[in-house]
Design a protein around this ligand. Structure first.
Ligand code: FE2
Ligand code: FE2
Length: 377
């Protein structure tokens, strides 16, 4: 591979191919632990997706042309080029001195975030490769470019701890889940917007409480989440081209399903990292409520319903689901007959909690004429 003509860092790459090639070159060794963690497929770990690319390619963005062109022009201007790399703001991290539980949870956070970023990268890159619709391939190329930078930057942080997620290996070997395009819209749109809400909430909290910033990567979260915000805007416009996607009765049920699944998964996953949240000075219940509130406001740009997170059943069943998840994890560790029944019982409890969350009446609301939003948090 010729690296001489390519920039030295994935942050400077202008295409996804370039960004990934640099990361492959940089990889002096493969770390089995990080890659195996990224490979795992459970309900709670980030997945890789594939879809019907021809259907996606057939989208006509004419109904949203004006907003579309403005968004693409902004993404093409590439305000974050060169941003996602270490500079003088990158403080020294003493990994050896880090409290072991915090270190384990933080590494898990980084690996899971890197996998999620890369999951977006792989999906977007594939759409760009397979498509022939200029609008669609251009958008997906730009989004893949950003996600490759994000994943590359997290790998920079992991490398200091002696770890690295082998992205090439993941692409080849991780299981891909097929989703119909409309489910890709709901799931990906939501993950972009909730990603924005998560990163900006941590960023603002650490701005007010810098003593809790135990790792420099959090300083990059503002520009980072602005990228995710733009990606979410693009999916909102894609959905806007076909009103059925958000207005039909069945699709509203699907939207409610995805909102409930994404929110509850985030809650359970974050509660698995108590030391990480303690170090940040963040109460995970407060954090979840903040992120859900912001995400609900943002997704109101296109979704005609919001989850009622103030409903008395909401918090109660999130906690039930989290306890059921602890029970499942313990049963799996135990193994044998008792482990098997523990797993079944835990899964049944988690399913019941999910049904209870899903059946909370949603809040209906009027979607605005234009979807366009600016990052305001
Ligand atoms: Fe990203
Ligand atoms: Fe994104």
């Amino acid at each position: 591979m010729n690296i001489q003509n390519t920039p030295k860092h994935s942050a400077d790459a202008t295409t996804v191919e370039e960004g990934l090639a640099i990361q492959e070159e940089q990889a002096k060794f493969d770390d089995d632990f990080a890659t195996e963690t990224a490979m795992s497929n459970t309900l709670l770990t980030p997945r890789f997706y594939t879809t019907d690319f021809d259907e996606l390619d057939a989208i006509d963005v004419t109904p949203v042309r004006k907003d579309w062109d403005a968004l693409i022009a902004q993404m093409e201007s590439d305000p974050n080029k060169g941003h996602f790399k270490k500079n003088e703001d990158w403080d020294h991290v003493d990994w050896d001195a880090m409290e072991p539980k915090l270190k384990a949870e933080f590494i898990d956070f980084l690996i899971s975030s890197c996998t999620a970023e890369f999951s977006g990268c792989v999906l977007y890159k594939e759409m760009k490769r397979r498509g022939s619709n200029k609008d669609i391939t251009q958008l997906f190329q730009l989004m893949a470019r950003d996600e490759a930078r994000h994943a590359g930057f997290i790998n920079d942080a992991l490398r200091e701890a002696g770890l690295r997620v082998n992205l090439g290996f993941l692409t080849q070997s991780k299981k891909y889940t097929y989703f119909r395009p409309k489910f890709i819209y709901y799931a990906t749109y939501l993950s972009e917007k909730i990603g924005y809400a998560r990163y900006i909430t941590i960023f603002r909290h650490l701005e007010a409480h810098p003593e809790h910033r135990f790792h420099p990567i959090f300083k990059w979260f503002e520009e980072w989440c602005n990228d995710e915000f733009s990606h979410g805007e693009a999916f909102a416009l894609l959905m806007k081209t076909d009103p059925k996607l958000t207005e039909s009765f069945t699709n509203k049920l699907w939207i409610k399903f995805f909102l409930t699944a994404v929110y509850s998964t985030m809650y359970v996953r974050d509660h698995q990292r108590p030391a990480f949240h303690k170090a940040l000075g963040v109460d995970p219940d407060w954090y979840a409520h903040e992120v859900f509130t912001k995400t609900s406001v943002l997704t109101g740009q296109i979704f005609p319903l919001m989850l009622d997170i103030e409903h008395p059943r909401w918090q109660r069943n999130l906690e039930r689901m989290q306890k059921a998840n602890v029970q499942i994890a313990e049963a799996k560790k135990r193994g044998g007959v008792s482990g098997f029944f523990g797993n079944v019982a835990g899964s049944a409890k988690a399913a019941l909690a999910f049904v209870s969350l899903y059946t909370i009446p949603a809040i209906k609301h009027q979607v605005p004429e234009s979807t366009v939003l600016r990052p305001a948090y």
